[in-house]
Design a binder for this molecule. Sequence first.
Ligand code: NAD
Length: 296
Amino acid sequence: MARIAFIGVGNMGGPMARNLMKAQHAVTAWDPVEAALADIVEAGATQAASAAAAVKGAEAVVTMVPAGAEVRDVYLGAGEVLDAVKPGTLLIDCSTIDVATARDVAAAAADRGLEMVDAPVSGGTGGAIAGTLTFMVGGPDAAFGKAKPILEHMGARIVHCGPAGNGQAAKVCNNMMLAVSMLGVCEGFTLADNLGLDRQTLFDVVANSSGQSWAVTSYCPVPGPVPASPANNGFQPGFTADMMVKDLRLARDAAMKSGTGTPMGALAEALMALHVAGGNGPRDFSSIIETIRAGG
Ligand code: NAD
C-alpha cells in the first residue's frame, strides 16, 4: 500500500482515484470543486485543504486536471507541488496537455531531483471506471518502471512511448484521429437516415466491415446500437466537446511546430469549434452529429 496524492478528481480523476483505493492504496485528494472533492472523500479518500497539503508525505502524486495551464499551476505555481513533495516522490501527470508544457514541468522536476512521467490516457470515463484505460507514458526508463505498477491499477495497457513529452505526442495523434473518424461516422449515419437506411442495420454492417472504428463500435453517435454510448443519454459526457476542441488545438500546435500538414485535423477542429459556439461545449463531443445533421 502506498500513500498517493490525487489532484483533480473530476470526470476522469474521480474514478481513477477510486480504482487506486480499490487496490488498497491510501489516497489523499485535492480539487477546487467542492462537489468533486466531497464525492471522492465519501468513497474513502482523505480530504486535503490544498494541492501542497495533499502531496505532503506522499510516495506518488497523480494529477488529472484540464489543461497545460493547470498542470503548470499545480506543479510550479500556486499549487507548489514541486516544492512541497518529499525527495523520492514519483510524479505522474495524466492530464492531456501540450508537449512543451509536459517537457518544461518534467525538466523542472528533474532539476529538483524528482522523477516524473507524462501519462495521458485513452478510454474515456467508461475506461476510467472499469480500470481499462490505455496509458501513453513519456519519461525515463526508471520512472516508467516505478509508475507502471501504479498505472496498472487504473488501466489495461501501459505503453512506454519514449522520453518526457512523448506520452502527450501519442495522445495528441490519437485524439486527432478520433475526432476525424467520429466526424466520418456522424456523416455516415446522417446519410443513412436521409437514404432511409435503418441505423441498427447500418451499424450491423459497418461493425464488421471496413468502415469499422472505435467511434462506431464503442461510441456510436446515434441511440440504440451501443447502449453505453452518450447518444443514449442526451449526450451527457463522456468526453466534452470543449475538451475535444482543446485537444485539436494541441494537435494543430504540434503540427505547426513540427511542420506537418494535417488538413483533416484542421477541418475537424473548425467543425468542432462551430459546434461548441452553438452552446454544445459541455456536452459529449459525439453530439457533433447534431451540427452535421443541421448542415444537411
Ligand atoms: P474534469 O473537468 O471533469 O476534471 C478536471 C478536474 O480538475 C476538475 O474537477 C477541476 O476542478 C480540477 N482542477 C482544475 N484546476 C485545478 C487545479 N489547479 N488544481 C486541482 N484541481 C484542478 O475533466 P476530465 O474529463 O476529468 O479531464 C481531465 C483530463 O483528462 C483532461 O486533460 C482531459 O483532456 C483528459 N481526458 C479526458 C477524457 C474524458 O473522456 N473525459 C478522456 C481522456 C483524457
